[in-house]
Design a protein around this ligand. Structure first.
Ligand code: ADE
Length: 250
């Protein structure tokens, strides 16, 4: 029987979902509220992990071990790391890497010691469903849900759904130099954020299928602190709710 764990770092990345749940029981564990119940008829647990790899790793392990989730999805925002990825686009991870992992010379740069891996694959089926959900959100809900004013403010035209590599680390990337350092050492990074690769490692270790979906809130440069906050305040919840709702309908 399916039980889905739905993680976001921040409230704005999950707003509306908890209100949508039925037969809700909230259980506190390790300073997190695990909201357990049914979401569009499917048994689910929604939780806010807070920010960073450790925070989300603890949350992911708790979802698996204590709540017995069979699948995990993470929804949130990310900074763009490639030219073709624009604010308002959606990135679904097919692989994730911890860009701040470096145990060299004992282990190759980026390799998670004793796993033999630097890049962790998300579940193909879940990720393809998530991409489909993201495209349906853009085609069916976007125009009605995101106001013209909002689209103009953020220069969002027609959002594109990308699938590819997401890099995570315990750093908010807010300089061009910071982003260059990541791109100089890792090929084909589409987006940067602070949790995805930690979810990926824990799910790999427990054998739990997962998908990570990120809406681009900023360009991982000097404008990021402002863009990120504005995007969270005005748009992030709309995307997160819309994509997850479509996902549950598939
Ligand atoms: N999440 C959203 N934007 C980000 C950025 N620029 N760096 C790290 N995480 C982010």
């Amino acid at each position: 029987k399916i039980k889905i764990g739905v993680i976001s770092a921040l409230h704005e990345e999950q707003a509306g979902l908890v209100e949508q749940m039925q037969d809700v029981i909230t259980i506190q564990r390790g300073m997190r509220d695990y909201v357990s119940g049914y979401l569009w008829g499917i048994e689910s647990v929604c939780v806010l992990s807070r920010i960073g790899k450790v925070a989300v790793a603890a949350t992911t392990a708790t979802l698996i071990e204590r709540f017995g989730v069979t699948h995990i999805i993470f929804t949130g925002v990310a900074g763009a790391a490639a030219r073709k990825v624009r604010i308002g686009d959606i990135v679904v991870a097919n692989q994730l890497v911890q860009h701040d992992m470096d145990a060299s010379p004992l282990f190759p740069r980026f390799e998670v010691p004793l796993t033999g891996l630097s890049h962790f694959f998300s579940d193909k089926q879940l990720s393809n469903l998530m991409s489909k959900a993201a495209r349906q959100f853009i085609n069916e809900d976007f125009a009605a849900k995101i106001t013209e004013q909002c689209r103009q403010e953020f220069y969002i035209d027609r959002p594109v759904v990308h699938q590819g590599l997401i890099a995570s680390g315990d750093q908010f990337i807010s300089t061009a130099i910071g982003l260059d350092q990541i791109n100089n050492n890792l090929a084909d990074v589409l987006a940067v954020e602070m949790e995805g690769a930690a979810v990926a490692q824990v799910c790999f270790e427990f054998g739990v299928p997962f998908a990570i979906v990120r809406t681009i809130s900023d360009n991982a440069n000097q404008d990021s602190p402002v863009d990120f906050v504005q995007f969270l305040e005005k748009i992030a919840a709309c995307y997160a709710y819309g994509i997850v709702r479509q996902f549950y309908s598939l």
